[in-house]
Design a protein around this ligand. Structure first.
Ligand code: CTP
Length: 407
C-alpha cells in the first residue's frame, strides 16, 4: 500500500506534534517516502532533528531555504498524499480560506493529491462554530478529516480534541491513498433531491442534501475517472469535475439520458421525486382562494429506464432510501429496476441518510449482499460503493471468480 508512495507529512504547532514523530516512523516503516514540513509553531514543540532523522528527507520549514525557489510545487505536485498531523485551528482556517501563509499551506494549495487532516485542539476551540465551519468547508472539498478523540488534553484538562492515535492516522492515510482503479472510465453520478414546482414560490421536495452523491463523484474523480455530477445541490468547484445543475425530475432525466449512453458507470444517488404537480400555477396561489387541490402525476423512473435499455458493459448503481424492511425492499428494487448494484440505507436510523455527514449502507447485487458498511463518513461509504463497482466489473468481465472474496 505505502511502498514507494510519496507522502508529505505536515506538522503544525500543537502539543500533539510529538505524535507526528510516531506517524512518520510508521509510514517510513511501511515503505513510504516521507517528506516532512514543520510550521514555525511546530518547532516550539518538537525538534527538527527528531523528524529529519526518522523521515526520508530532512525537514523543511520555509519557502525560502531550499536551493529551489519553488519547494511547495515540488512537494505538492510530487506527493501521492499529504497528511497534516496535528492540524491546529489556524491551519484549518488558512486551508479553508486558501491562504498561502507558509510552506505547508503553499504545498497544500499546490497539490491535487488526496489530503488527510488530523485536527487537535482544546475542546472549546474544537467546538467553536468558526472551526466547525472551516471543517465543513474542507470536507465539502474532499479533504479527509480524522476526528480527534476524547481524553487528556494539554494542561491536564479532560475533553474532546485530542489528536487521533497514530495507528488511526496511518489507517486513514492508507484509505485515502487509493490507486487510480477507475482511470479511463466515464462515471456519471446524480445527487440531491429534485424540486417539483407547484407555483413560482412553492415546490414539492425531499430532504436529500446531495452529500452522498457528491462524495461518490469526488471519490471517483480521485480514483482517476472522468466524472460528471448531475445535481440539485450546490457543489464547490473541483478541478476535473463536470457539474450539471438541475432542479426537477424532468431536467435530471434529460441530463442523465444525454450522458448515460457514453458512461461506463452510472450511480443514481439522487432522490428523484416520484410525483409532480400536473400543472404549475403561473402566479402564486393565494391563500384567499381557499385550500388548493394539487393534482399529481407520476414522474418517469429514470433508473428503471436505464435498467430496461442497458448499455452493454455499463454498471448501473441504484440507491434505496428505506425506513422499513430495508433488505427486502432493496432487493426487490434492484430486480424491478434492472440495476447491477443497489445501495440501501435506512434513512430512519440515527446519523444515517439525509443531511448527515455519516451513513451506514448495505450494498446488494443480484447474488445478495456484497458489502455492508457500518456508520462511517459519507466519503468512506463512497469509496466502498466504488470498491463494489470495481469488483462487479471485474466479475462481470470474467476477470475474477465470484466465488473468491474481493476484499
Ligand atoms: N429513481 C429514479 N427515478 C425516479 C425515482 C427514483 O431514477 N423517478 C431512482 C433513485 O435515484 C434511486 C432509486 O431509483 O437510485 C430508488 O429510489 P427510491 O426513491 O428509494 O425508490 P422508489 O422508486 O421511489 O420506490 P418506493 O416508492 O417503492 O420506495
Amino acid at each position: 500500500m505505502f511502498a514507494g508512495r510519496r507522502i508529505v507529512l505536515g506538522v503544525t504547532g500543537g502539543i500533539a506534534a510529538y505524535k507526528a514523530v510516531e506517524v512518520c516512523r510508521r509510514l517510513v516503516d511501511a515503505g513510504a517516502h516521507v517528506s516532512p514540513i514543520m510550521t514555525k509553531g511546530a518547532s516550539h514543540f518538537i525538534g527538527e532533528t527528531t523528524l529529519s532523522a526518522l523521515a526520508s528527507e530532512p525537514v523543511q520549514t520555509s519557502l525560502w531555504d531550499e536551493a529551489s525557489p519553488i519547494p511547495h510545487t515540488r512537494l505538492g505536485q510530487g506527493a501521492d498524499l499529504i497528511v497534516v498531523a496535528p492540524a491546529t485551528a489556524r491551519l484549518l482556517s488558512d486551508y479553508a480560506a486558501g491562504r498561502s501563509s507558509d510552506l505547508l499551506m503553499a504545498t497544500l494549495l499546490a497539490t491535487r493529491a488526496p489530503v488527510v487532516v488530523c485536527p487537535a485542539m482544546h475542546t472549546e476551540m474544537w467546538e467553536h462554530p468558526a472551526v466547525q465551519d472551516n471543517l465543513a468547508t474542507l470536507r465539502a472539498r474532499g479533504v479527509h478529516i480524522v476526528e480527534p478523540e476524547s481524553g487528556r488534553l494539554a494542561g491536564g484538562d479532560l475533553g474532546h480534541g485530542r489528536l487521533a492515535d497514530p495507528a488511526s492516522i496511518v489507517a486513514a492515510a492508507a484509505a485515502a491513498l487509493t490507486l487510480p482503479d477507475l482511470a479511463g472510465l466515464r462515471v456519471l453520478v446524480t445527487a440531491g433531491g429534485t424540486r417539483e414546482p407547484i407555483d413560482p414560490v412553492r415546490f414539492i421536495g425531499n430532504r436529500s442534501s446531495g452529500k452522498q452523491g457528491t462524495a461518490i463523484a469526488r471519490a471517483a474523480l480521485r480514483r482517476g475517472a472522468d466524472v460528471t455530477l448531475i445535481t440539485t445541490a450546490p457543489v464547490p468547484a473541483l478541478p476535473g469535475l463536470e457539474v450539471v445543475s438541475v432542479a426537477t425530475a424532468a431536467e435530471l432525466r434529460t441530463a442523465v439520458h444525454d450522458r448515460a449512453p457514453s458512461s461506463d458507470v452510472v450511480v443514481m444517488a439522487a432522490a428523484v421525486a416520484d410525483f409532480r404537480p400536473v400543472s404549475v400555477a403561473v402566479d402564486k396561489i393565494k391563500k384567499a382562494g381557499g385550500v388548493p387541490e394539487i393534482r399529481l402525476e407520476p414522474t418517469e423512473d429514470i433508473l428503471a429506464e436505464l435498467g430496461a435499455a442497458k448499455v452493454p458493459g455499463q454498471t448501473l448503481v441504484g440507491f434505496a432510501a428505506e425506513t422499513t424492511d430495508v433488505a427486502a425492499n432493496a432487493q426487490d428494487k434492484l430486480a424491478r429496476k434492472g440495476a447491477d448494484l443497489l445501495v440501501a440505507n435506512d434513512v430512519g436510523a440515527p446519523a444515517t441518510g439525509f443531511e448527515h455527514d455519516t451513513n451506514a449502507v448495505t450494498i446488494f447485487s443480484a447474488a445478495g449482499v456484497v458489502d455492508s458498511v457500518e456508520l462511517a463518513s459519507k466519503d468512506l461509504v463512497a469509496d466502498r460503493v466504488l470498491d463494489s463497482v470495481v469488483s462487479h466489473r471485474l466479475v462481470s468481465s470474467g476477470s475474477l471468480n465470484p466465488q473468491f472474496p474481493t476484499k
